[in-house]
Design a protein around this ligand. Structure first.
Ligand code: GLY
Length: 339
């Protein structure tokens, strides 16, 4: 069965974003037309204040339309979305609130590791004529998250719960992972990608170190728990259901991270990313004629019993992003953030 999405869903930017990547690859004007049509279905997201996901939704759709499709008018949408996103910022906590409080679970001011990805929109806006405050908020969010969201080994919680009156960190929880203290693979992927991206904008070495630490423990745990470079959905889960989406996000992140580190480290990250992409491009993971996505074997929300071992749009999105980085890297030294 195919699950369709609505514009308010956190994944709504990925289909238009995927089309922009295909346009980048093919130069086909018909794909650009389709991408534009799909992008504009996300238009109302720019004013959405009820979720932190506006970053994902707008940056992947309008952001790629601007950078890859050259549609300059999209800049205004990105600026509006950045302003919507920072309405969720509380300076006492030092983070943008991800979700509303969930009293029955005892979750107040929940901030999820995925939220690191939304910061790219704020950095972009600050660099393109927006208020410097947007960048300050992004940095503060990254610092607070660095302080509370990680365990000493570099693995992260999915959800951090804060007291919004005192700003105190209360506890680490999970929503989509196996347990509060387990390593949910996609959460770790957002952490690696997120801190790599924050470093690319700030050049602050603390963030580079955090990205490397998160990548280090991920690669170590992967070796212990998986027969290839595609992780199980949670490193501590007793079953070995895969999550290809995490592998795609990490491959894309590591190709970028490899540009910021010493030659030896760079080779390790690059080789790992290429190996991952090769495996994802094999019969085991390719959808081919099974359905109309690129990849099989992603897991969205295992604890809820939904989207288990299936094709998911954000796996395809980051797979293409990684492949484009690789292709571009071969031509020039290129990073997705300097497109
Ligand atoms: N951001 C939600 C997820 O990764 O499933």
């Amino acid at each position: 069965t195919v699950r369709r999405t609505v514009w308010q869903d956190w994944v709504s930017g990925f289909y238009p974003g995927t089309l922009w990547f295909i346009y980048k690859y093919s130069g086909d004007p018909e794909i650009a037309r389709l991408a534009e049509e799909q992008t504009e279905k996300c238009s109302r997201v720019q004013y959405l204040r009820s979720t932190h996901d506006v970053g994902f939704m707008i940056n992947c759709s309008y952001g790629n339309g601007l950078r890859l499709g050259g549609i300059d008018e999209y800049a205004e949408v990105l600026h509006n979305a950045a302003h919507s996103l920072v309405t969720r910022y509380n300076p006492l906590v030092g983070c943008i609130k991800s979700w509303e409080d969930n009293r029955s679970r005892g979750w107040y001011y929940p901030v999820i590791i995925d939220n690191m990805m939304n910061l790219e929109l704020l950095f972009w806006a600050a660099e393109h004529g927006g208020s410097p405050r947007l960048k300050d908020i992004a940095i503060r969010h990254a610092e607070t998250t660095m302080k509370h969201h990680f365990r000493p080994d570099g693995s992260c919680y999915h959800v951090a719960v804060y007291n919004q009156r005192t700003g105190k960190f209360l506890c680490g929880k999970t929503h989509q992972g196996y347990s509060d203290n387990s390593m949910w693979s996609r959460g770790q992927a957002w952490a690696i990608y997120g801190y790599t991206m924050v470093y690319s904008f700030t050049k602050d070495k603390r963030f580079l170190d955090q990205a490397q630490k998160a990548a280090g423990i991920y690669m170590k745990r992967l070796k212990e728990t998986s027969d290839d470079c595609i992780p199980r959905w949670d490193m501590d889960a007793p079953d070995d259901v895969k999550d290809a989406s995490a592998a795609c996000i990490i491959a894309s992140a590591l190709l970028e991270l490899s540009e910021y580190v010493s030659t030896d480290q760079a080779a390790t990250y690059r080789d790992f990313a290429i190996k991952t992409l090769n495996q994802l491009s094999s019969n085991r993971y390719q959808s081919r004629d099974k359905n109309f996505s690129f990849l099989l074997h992603s897991t969205g929300h295992h604890p809820a019993g939904t989207e288990i071992d299936t094709s998911i749009i954000y796996a395809d999105y980051y797979y293409l992003e990684a492949l484009l980085k690789l292709r571009r890297n071969r031509q020039t030294l290129w990073s997705v953030h300097s497109r």
